[in-house]
Ligand binder design. Structure first.
Ligand code: ZN
Length: 956
């Protein structure tokens, strides 16, 4: 996909895959490999290989295996059978008493049979080859585990577990499927079946022996996998092995799955009663499983997430319920396997059914009945716990309440909260009070509240400060509407008090509630607290989902100049700038955090309380966190820096703190003072992989930097904990000082600007050469992003929350602009824009004002750059075609360079057309470290041009 990865929708529709270059060689290479492999197989393959190899060994084994006294027992042949047929005898009924006497022998036979079957399975070359191939594949995969920006993470145990269980699972499934067939058919293929089946052992004995033997295979392989994981960790110089994590993941989770799978494979093979049809049935099963999602049959058997902070948290009860459910199902399947187990030469369908009926005795019935009851009960339990009604709720919300979005609403001006977190039972209760003000030019007569949690939320109490009447209480969707007896005049204030609770009852099909967890709670206020605005974010986004519920496709954002959009900001649609005060309580040994400065901390009735208060206005945008944190503290001038982290995750704290200091220094020098006296980074479990800036507080996923392994001496590694920290620090200005309107381009003012701050801070630390590496990633992600665009690509100044534009393209544009007009001049413009808009709104600014500020500092000959970068979609295809270096006297070199340049403008759907080129483009020569020997900005107005430079050192 190297050739097509950047194709836009329009190109995918119109272009044919060129059969040349990389693609051609790739096909040649792999077809060659395939031919070689097939050739080797043809040469080596013998149709009798399996049978003969095993027969020689097995010829002796079963004989030796059967204890002598049993072997000589006479066999009772049922009268209704012809004498030739050695068909068996329903043991429990007829030979039962005798076998009961032989109990001690049976206790010996079973383990013996298991061992025999197990050895037969594992002691052959094919098994060895499969396992070895799996291990090699795994070790190969381990080289890129957890890569972010080409930079690896520490091989922490959960990464290893995911690696080994993920990359080996295919091999495990192949092994189990294949050997299930081999085991079931072993005696028959060796023509020993009539002898073995004639033995007066119960029919279930070989079945159980084969099943247990097959289950031993994954059990042993899990040990091998664990050793491999530890070996990979050792080879990377990591020694904090977490054996309990390995055991739980590989045995408590994966092995159970494989064991269930063994039961399925054995059942299929004994029921189908044809070896290759059996294999085929298993393949069909996998194909169906693979497409289950698309068929609408998602099977949510094992989505669990491990976090160093929270282990498997509340995923476990759900996982165990599913495991028990499928175990019950497997028991039922095994009963079927037992009933239809082929013994002797009876293989006709009717005869098998007759036999099955004969085998269906009291014990079997009881076993089947118990399994069935468990299956149904557990299934009911799971069904009770799951729900998939979310989409319908979203659609109904839009249909029923979008019209009321036009009614003028009160805005929040102050928030006082008492948040009680109960991590052990995944519960949170909030008592709060909003101060409300009518900021409209017209009276407000209704208050419409949205509760995003809908029916999951218990509203214990809700009161408005003026007389009112509840006119709608839609608990299913999560909407309450009140009519005020007396409309509130413009400027009038009132209050809203509430007491709400979100408890987690059981589990859902989608996963666990990961907001409040044992260790590492992260509750986003917008998801929990009542909102006074109609929330567009709660609407269904994707057109295909919308169509399902009869909703028209929707635009992602309002137009850049939309009058209503300019009145609200995207972070808190029901408030502008507010006062904030929150008391958060949690379990005694945890630390709870909310934005603001700690006023008081105390313990009461076994709970830990923290009172936070802000002394300057913030957006209505905050979260609450709680965990058993360790804290690292530092200072920058009079700003206290604190990192709250999971003990053991110390790797990148120094880098993060250094980044905080560098960012505070750069951003406050260039964009105005930092508005707080404190800067906090707070780790949360990897249920989500992002960092997010709230006022003076930055929740930061354990996976996005805490376990990164940045090797300072590796020129390819990018210190992304440093980068992510600088980006989030930038948001304290871009988002928390200046926030754009909720219109097209709004996310450029927040995300692109945070990116810009981060890039400038990073550039000072790592130098220009490494920045080019980073920007190459950004370019790649931009081009990939636009290839996957579902609706339309927009110019940067009209971006509609499209990450590949506001982050990736934004990085490239701002970095290039700083280069074109100079960082100082650019910062001057940015500062002017910031000063005009900080802590202001409504109306909130849009990108028109921002770009106007840029144009003021841009010289006339570069105005076209602003237009190209922000107002349209321009793609360059610039490259050096050839370069020759001639040594001159004094160690100097003359470099002759031929370059190719092309400029294309794309429309929203990615249709591109060439445009005339008359651009200033950097042309230069680099040394072998990627540092420039010379770079000059030249006017390029033809597709092919030649340049000549003289440089002081040897060029690359
Ligand atoms: Zn951001």
């Amino acid at each position: 996909s190297i050739l097509t990865e950047y194709w836009t929708v329009a190109e995918r529709n119109a272009r044919l895959l060129p059969f040349e270059g990389v693609l051609l060689w790739n096909r040649v290479l792999w077809m060659g490999v395939a031919l070689l492999l097939s050739g080797f197989c043809v040469w080596r393959f013998s149709f009798s290989a399996f049978a003969s190899e095993r027969a020689t060994k097995a010829d002796k084994d079963p004989v030796r295996a059967e204890p002598t006294p049993v072997r000589t027992e006479p066999v009772e042949v049922p009268a209704r059978n012809t004498p030739v047929r050695t068909e068996l005898v329903e043991v429990p009924a007829r030979v039962g008493p005798r076998l009961r006497q032989a109990q001690p022998e049976r206790n010996v036979i079973l383990p013996h049979l298991i061992w025999l079957n197990f050895r037969e399975t594992t002691k052959n070359i094919y098994f060895g080859v499969l396992v070895l191939a799996g291990l090699l594949f795994m070790i190969f995969a381990s080289t890129t585990v957890g890569d972010v920006f080409g930079t690896s993470t520490w091989p922490v145990t959960f990464q290893m577990v995911e690696l080994v269980s993920g990359s080996f699972s295919l091999f495990m499934i192949v092994i189990i499927t294949f050997y299930a067939g081999e085991l079931v058919w072993r005696e028959r293929e060796q023509r020993l079946d009539q002898i073995v089946d004639a033995l007066p052992t119960p029919t279930w004995l070989p079945l159980v022996a084969k099943l247990v033997a097959l289950m031993l295979v994954p059990a042993v392989l899990e040990i091998v996998l664990m050793a491999t994981g530890i070996g990979i960790q050792l080879s990377k110089g990591y020694t904090r092995f977490e054996i309990p994590v390995y055991l739980q993941a590989l045995f408590g989770i994966d092995f159970v799955q494989y064991a269930l799978f063994c039961a399925l494979a054995i059942t299929v093979h004994s029921v189908v009663n044809h070896k290759y049809l059996g294999h085929f049935a298993m393949i069909v099963y996998f194909v169906v499983l693979g497409f289950a999602g698309q068929l609408g049959l998602e099977h949510h058997l094992y989505p669990t997430v491990y976090s160093d902070m929270n282990w498997w948290g509340h995923f476990m009860p759900r996982l165990r319920s599913f495991q028990m459910y499928w175990t019950a199902a497997s028991m039922l399947m095994l009963v079927a396997a037992h009933l239809l187990w082929t013994r002797g030469t009876s293989s006709g369908g009717r005869e098998r059914i007759r036999l099955a009926r004969a085998r269906l005795n009291g014990a079997t019935l009881a076993f089947a009945g118990a399994s069935f009851v468990a299956f149904v009960a557990l299934g009911g339990f799971i069904f009770y716990n799951t729900n998939i009604l979310n989409q319908r709720r979203q659609a109904d919300y839009e249909k029923k309440y979008k019209p009321s979005a036009a009614q003028p609403q009160m805005k929040i001006t102050g928030v006082t909260l008492d948040v009680a977190l109960y991590p052990a039972d995944q519960r949170v209760r909030v008592r709060g009070r909003y101060t409300l003000q009518n900021k409209n030019a017209v009276p407000v007569s209704t208050i419409n509240l949205t509760f995003l949690q809908g029916p999951k939320l218990d509203i214990h109490e809700l009161a408005i400060g003026v007389p009112n009447r509840l006119i709608e209480d839609d608990k299913g969707i999560g909407v309450r509407r009140y009519e005020l007896d007396e409309p509130l005049a413009p400027g009038a204030t009132t209050s809203l008090s509430f007491d709400i609770e979100q408890a987690t009852h059981g589990f859902t099909n989608e996963g666990s509630n990961t907001a409040v967890v044992f260790n590492g709670s992260f509750v986003n206020a917008v998801a929990l607290l009542p909102s006074l605005a109609y929330l567009e974010r709660a609407e269904l986004e994707r057109d295909q989902d919308r169509r399902k519920f009869g909703l028209a496709p929707k635009e992602r954002k309002r137009d850049r100049d939309d009058v209503r959009g300019l009145q609200i900001n995207p972070l808190s649609p029901d408030a502008d700038w507010i006062g904030f005060d929150a008391t958060v309580s949690t379990e005694a040994d945890q630390i709870a955090i909310a934005p603001g400065y700690l006023q008081r901390e105390w313990t009461e009735a076994g709970r830990h309380y923290f009172h936070y208060k802000m002394d300057a206005p913030i957006l209505n945008f905050y979260a609450f966190q709680s965990a058993r944190y360790a804290v690292r503290k530092d200072r920058w001038n009079d700003v206290a820096i604190e990192v709250y982290y999971q003990p053991g995750h110390e790797y990148n704290l120094a880098s993060m703190i250094e980044s905080v200091k560098a960012s505070l220094a750069y951003d406050s020098r260039n964009f105005g003072a930092y508005q707080y006296r404190q800067f906090r980074i707070v780790e949360f479990p990897r249920y989500e992989v992002f960092a997010q800036s709230f006022p003076n507080t930055i929740p930061y996923s354990e996976l996005i930097g805490f376990i990164a392994r940045v090797r300072p001496d590796d020129e390819n590694d990018i210190d992304y904990p440093y980068y992510v920290t600088a980006h989030e620090a930038g948001h304290q200005w871009w988002g928390h000082q200046v926030v754009g309107a909720d219109v097209q381009g709004g996310s450029m003012l927040i995300e692109t600007m945070a990116q810009y701050s981060a890039l400038m801070v990073m550039k000072r630390k790592v130098g220009e050469a490494k920045m080019r590496k980073f920007l190459a990633y950004e370019l790649d992600r931009y081009l990939t992003g636009r290839a996957f665009e579902q609706k339309k690509e927009l110019p940067l100044s009209r971006v509609e929350d499209q990450p590949y534009i506001h982050y990736r393209k934004g990085s490239l544009v701002m970095y290039a602009l700083a280069d074109y007009i100079g960082e100082d001049k650019l910062n001057q413009a940015v500062r002017k824009f910031r000063d005009a808009n900080a802590f202001k709104g409504p109306p909130y600014p849009n990108t028109t004002q921002f770009i106007a500020a840029l144009r003021e500092v841009t010289p006339p000959e570069l105005q076209y750059v602003i237009h190209d970068m922000f107002e349209r979609i321009v793609i360059y295809d610039n490259r050096a075609v050839s370069a020759t270096a001639k040594p001159l006297t004094g160690g100097r070199y003359q470099v002759d360079l031929k370059v190719f340049a092309k400029k294309r403008v794309a429309d929203e759907l990615g249709r591109e057309k060439d445009v005339a080129l008359a651009d200033l483009i950097d042309v230069g020569v680099l040394d072998d470290k990627g540092e420039p020997l010379v770079i000059e900005r030249r006017k390029i107005d033809r597709e092919e041009m030649s340049f000549s430079f003289v440089v002081d050192r040897k060029p690359v």
